[in-house]
Design a protein around this ligand. Structure first.
Ligand SMILES: [Zn+2]
Ligand SMILES: [Zn+2]
Ligand SMILES: [Zn+2]
Length: 296
């Protein structure tokens, strides 16, 4: 779509409800988008090749088809009978980290992940071990990711960020802010809120990493959106949140609506109600969580 035909989206909606109200009179555009989508000049590979080379960068897949691929990995992590051997071991390791993380071992990664300053608590090496487990469980062991703690992480508009994911030619680098996190309450006897916030951020960035590693660059703007939080990422993110929350028995939030809002001024097209239904954003998750812990 060229600059002249671009519909200006106006100010970002503050809530999902407000967005729904605003688009309620908008006619469905799902079909138009698929019909009018220009074929990509880059030939896409049709069948995703799973291989053991972690450093593989192969940006030759359609982002929406990639979303289906990662949803398949995530779904099989969520169903006991579907898990393969690698997923079973990874899940057990993560559950051990999570179980001992709060109550017992001071040295366990999950417990330290809940400390105030990430940089002084969990080494990049330990973060990369955690990333590897999540990679095996949810991403078919297809990610080649390095990790770094930073302070004062901001986007190009100067907004503070929990994390970001950068393409570095031969690998993907995830950076997370050591001292900035979502204010999620602790779940007594179980998880630190800060650990849950960081886990949500990490999965959010790993999902970006998957698309950065494999999605066709030529059509990524259309299918992933300006900041990477568009159609393909939202579809997979919704599934990842649900399955991860179920496996960790705790709310794992990828901050999907808020991230979409941050990209708002760059939207080419207001989302259709059907997209909102499929993405299933939760209204004000944070408040629900606070009330939950107060009543128990
Ligand atoms: Zn529609
Ligand atoms: Zn393409
Ligand atoms: Zn993001």
């Amino acid at each position: 779509m060229d600059a002249t035909s671009r519909t200006l989206p106006g100010p970002a909606p503050r809530t999902v409800h407000e967005l729904r109200e605003r688009i309620s009179s908008k006619r469905c555009t799902c079909e138009d988008i698929s019909k009018n989508a220009k074929p990509c000049k880059h030939p896409h590979k049709k069948v995703f090749e799973v291989c053991n080379n972690k450093a593989r960068i192969d940006r030759s897949y359609d982002a929406v088809e990639l979303a289906d691929q990662v949803i398949y990995f995530i779904e099989s992590a969520g169903v006991e009978e579907s898990r393969d051997q690698v997923q079973r071991i990874a899940l057990q390791e993560l559950k051990d980290m999570a179980r001992f993380g709060w109550i017992d071992g001071k040295r366990e990664v999950f417990r330290r992940l809940g400390w105030k300053n990430g940089k002084n608590s969990v080494s990049p090496y330990d973060m990369e071990m955690l990333i590897e487990c999540l990679n095996e469980l949810f991403f078919g062991s297809t990610l080649g990711v390095l990790f770094k703690w930073v302070e004062g992480l901001r986007d190009s508009d100067g907004r503070e960020l929990y994390g970001c994911c950068s393409f570095m030619e031969d690998h993907i680098l995830i950076r997370m802010d050591a001292t900035f996190f979502d204010n999620i309450p602790n779940i007594p006897g179980k998880y630190y809120g800060r650990a849950l916030s960081r886990l949500g951020t990490l999965l959010h960035e790993m999902l970006h990493a998957f698309f950065q590693q494999y999605a066709c660059v030529d059509c990524a703007r259309v299918k992933l959106g300006f900041g990477g939080h568009g159609l393909a990422w939202q579809m997979a993110g919704n599934k990842l949140e649900k399955v991860a929350s179920q496996l960790f028995n705790a709310p794992i939030d990828l901050s999907r609506f808020n991230s979409y809002r941050c990209d708002w001024q760059h939207l080419q097209e207001l989302p259709c109600g059907h997209w909102l239904d499929a993405w299933d954003w939760k209204e004000d998750l944070l408040r629900e969580r606070v009330e939950d812990t107060e009543t128990k």
